[in-house]
Design a protein around this ligand. Structure first.
Ligand code: CU
Length: 264
């Protein structure tokens, strides 16, 4: 019942620029600036064109417009105005990209995101018994907290639970096996998208306000591509802790109260 309630009533299905967290806030800020700069420039350009069409139209067959060559002031203006516009939009984008792309300093939680034909597995580390702590199709994160994602791809015959040499990471061990096809992790309302490439470990930060968010694979990866969906559930910290790390066996029960928003 809880699963049904989550999937029908509370999934945040906002478009590519939702308000799920601080990362999507930044992406939305850049998008909004680019959008309105485009609207203003588009209106000005179209207005000048229409003005010129009407004002300088040919009124009769022998009506030749005055002929002249070059207009330095005009040419400087139509060079500098677009240049300043594009440089400022570039600056705004470049200033925000590190926050959107890079793992934030002080991030305490790392989740290995494993793309496989055709599902997503989320690995939170090893439990006290040594078993891998995993959820399938649902990524649990603590609300308003930076989480680092190590995003990889694998498929049989490779093992999604390879031995992890000391000093290495699960993501590196999986990517070293070299199986899989290209996928892409995309959580639109959280403003995060990152490819899962065989042989590579791609990293991305994620941060979510309390809620349930829709995600899907956005790299055509085979016949089951369309079914490669997932949800991100951002829980209060104490709930997240007991949902993900509360069971010594490492298993996560998606139907438990701690794993359900509003459940504990
Ligand atoms: Cu895929």
């Amino acid at each position: 019942m809880n699963v049904l309630a989550q999937s029908t009533c509370c999934v945040n299905n906002a478009g590519a620029f939702g308000d799920g967290g601080t990362i999507s806030d930044r992406a939305l800020g850049v998008y909004t600036a680019v959008f309105w700069a485009s609207v203003v420039l588009g209106v000005i350009t179209t207005g000048l064109l229409l003005y010129a069409f009407v004002k300088f139209r040919r009124r009769s067959d022998d009506d030749d417009p005055p002929q002249f060559h070059g207009n330095t002031r005009l040419e400087i203006a139509w060079t500098l105005v677009p240049l300043a516009t594009f440089l400022s939009l570039f600056g705004l984008t470049a200033a925000n990209m590190p926050f959107i792309n890079n793992i934030h300093a002080g991030t305490q939680y790392t989740v290995t995101v494993i793309g496989q034909q055709f599902s997503w597995t989320f690995d939170y580390g090893a439990s006290s018994s040594g078993a891998r702590i995993r959820s399938f199709g649902t990524l649990y994160v603590p609300e308003n907290t930076d989480v680092a994602l190590n995003i990889v791809s694998t498929d049989p015959p490779c093992d999604s639970k390879p031995a992890v040499p000391s000093g290495s990471t699960l993501a590196a061990a999986i990517s070293n096996e070299g199986c899989g096809v290209n996928h892409s992790f995309f959580a639109p309302s959280l403003g995060q998208q990152m490819n899962a490439i065989p042989g590579d470990v791609n990293t991305a930060p994620i941060q979510a306000r309390q809620g349930t968010y829709y995600g899907q694979c956005t790299e055509l990866c085979g016949v089951g591509h369309a079914t490669m969906v997932f949800t991100v559930v951002a829980l209060p910290m104490n709930q997240f802790q007991s949902c993900v790390f509360g069971n010594p066996s490492g298993s996560i029960d998606p139907t438990s109260k701690s794993c359900t928003l509003g459940g504990s």
